[in-house]
Write a protein that binds this ligand. Structure first.
Ligand SMILES: NC(=O)c1ccc[n+]([C@@H]2O[C@H](COP(=O)([O-])OP(=O)(O)OC[C@H]3O[C@@H](n4cnc5c(N)ncnc54)[C@H](OP(=O)(O)O)[C@@H]3O)[C@@H](O)[C@H]2O)c1
Length: 416
């Protein structure tokens, strides 16, 4: 049944998109982490570019000069079948995924190959669930989306808190996630994914329904839960003692957390509630930051949808292949706070707090780590999850949290 555990496969991990901005960072992360016992191959559409990436990697480990190179194209299914058949795990950074990702998911589902990606594109995941869930369940392929800053801190942070309640004999009922202090920048590929989303909405208005429905990534046929839409304006959270604003990634993260709950047989409860926002601090400065963030978010989407402002933005924003430099990445960081409410073993109210922190910029340094560790987890850890379109928490849960802690990230629960 599951081909992915087949030891005959030539590569433990094939990194698809190793020539891109994020792909090269994931390659660097995996090589610096150590190639002993890891049969890694680099893949992309351009052999000369792959050779250049491999030559650069050999400065970190001479063994990298021997890494196998595989060539294919996102739109050439036969080349993707050949890659999927040779790999235990395909780890992909080729995006926008809605544009370049579908055939690879199809190939991995068919060949029982585990898969992880960095998509934050709800409409893409929605389509992949509809198209490949049944086959991936049959072949045992764990196809795991959102293994970067969206949505690992939200998804594994919530899973960590659910476990903390369960370990105390209690039950979680609600989690609030607050994205706090962050330092980083966006890459061209991420901008391209956002622009592509706007284009898809213009072509097909039904995409808006998928984006706007809080439970659009629920398993087919499952009745929706109790959450409403994401925060739109300024707010204040009294438990946290801070002002809050809309968080752009809540749109994908909250749906992923809800899907995790469903795929974990509603371990968080059928009436589990989840929401997330940006926390902007205390006092007048916190309120001002909340107002600026809320205003910026309200203006950004119309600006990239409207032709003239979009063309202006495109000239100023990074192009595909570009992104924040090493100094920006290494001086970056992020802090995510979570507040979970539920009951203890005696049915009394219990509140636990969680903290997830990264020690590089969220979008690239820590994302390369999160995706790299996800690929290693899928390739080497004993996981009891079935195949299918999975979320990080429902596919990898505790083993991935342990890996990320070992790699320097914080996942911590505090009792109040
Ligand atoms: N979730 C997160 O936290 C997070 C963080 C960072 C990035 N991302 C996502 O990751 C994706 C990549 O971002 P990026 O900045 O690294 O983009 P990028 O630098 O533009 O890289 C894109 C990669 O796709 C490859 N590619 C394009 N068309 C292809 C085709 N037809 N066949 C095969 N390969 C093809 C490119 O190959 P060439 O080098 O040959 O052009 C390149 O390797 C984006 O979707 C972005 O949104 C997500």
């Amino acid at each position: 049944m599951t081909g992915a555990s087949d030891t005959q496969r030539a590569h433990d991990i094939v990194l698809w998109g190793a020539t891109g901005f994020t792909g090269a960072l994931v390659a660097e992360y995996l090589v610096k982490r150590g190639l002993d016992g890891v049969r890694l191959a680099l893949a992309g559409r351009n052999l000369a570019k792959l050779e250049k990436v491999r030559a650069e990697l050999s400065q970190y480990d001479p063994k990298a000069a021997e890494l196998p190179l595989l060539v294919g194209d996102s739109h050439d299914r036969a080349s993707l079948d050949a890659i999927a058949r040779q790999a235990k795990v395909v780890c992909t950074t080729v995006g926008p995924y809605a544009k370049y990702g579908s055939e690879l998911v199809a190939a991995c589902a068919e060949h029982g190959t585990h898969y992880c990606d960095l998509t934050g594109e709800t409409q893409f995941i929605h389509r992949m669930i509809r198209a490949h869930e049944a086959q991936a369940r049959e072949t045992g392929a764990r196809l795991v989306n959102c293994c970067g800053f969206d949505s690992i801190p939200s998804d594994l942070g919530t899973y960590m808190l659910y476990k903390a309640f369960a370990d105390r004999g209690g039950q979680v009922h609600r989690v609030r996630m607050f994205c706090g202090e962050t330092k980083g920048a966006a890459s061209g590929g991420t901008i391209a994914s956002m622009l592509n989303l706007v284009d898809e909405v213009k072509r097909d208005r039904s995409v808006l329904k998928v984006l706007g429905h809080p439970y659009s990534l629920y398993p087919e046929g499952e009745r929706a839960g109790v959450d409403g839409s994401d925060q739109r304006g300024i707010g204040r959270d009294d438990d946290l003692g801070m002002w809050t604003a809309p968080f752009i990634m809540a749109a994908i993260n909250a749906k992923v957390v809800r899907r995790s709950n469903a795929l974990l047989d509603f371990a968080y409860g059928r009436d589990f509630r989840y929401d997330e926002c940006a926390s902007t601090g205390k006092g007048l400065s916190g309120l001002t930051r909340a107002a600026v963030t809320a205003g910026g978010m309200a203006a950004f989407l119309p600006a990239i949808a409207f032709g003239p402002t979009r063309r202006l933005l495109e000239k100023r924003l990074p192009s595909p292949g570009e992104g924040p430099d090493r100094a920006t990445r290494e001086s970056g960081f992020f802090v995510v706070r979570l507040i979970a409410d539920g009951v203890d073993s005696g049915g009394n109210p219990l509140q636990l707090r969680g903290r997830v922190e990264g020690i590089n910029d969220p979008g690239y340094g820590e994302t390369a780590k999160m995706l790299g560790e996800s690929a290693l987890c899928l390739a080497f850890d004993e996981l009891d999850s079935p195949g299918g379109l999975r979320t990080p928490a429902s596919a990898m849960g505790e083993p991935l949290i342990e890996r990320l802690r070992a790699a320097g990230m914080t996942f911590r629960v505090d009792e109040r």
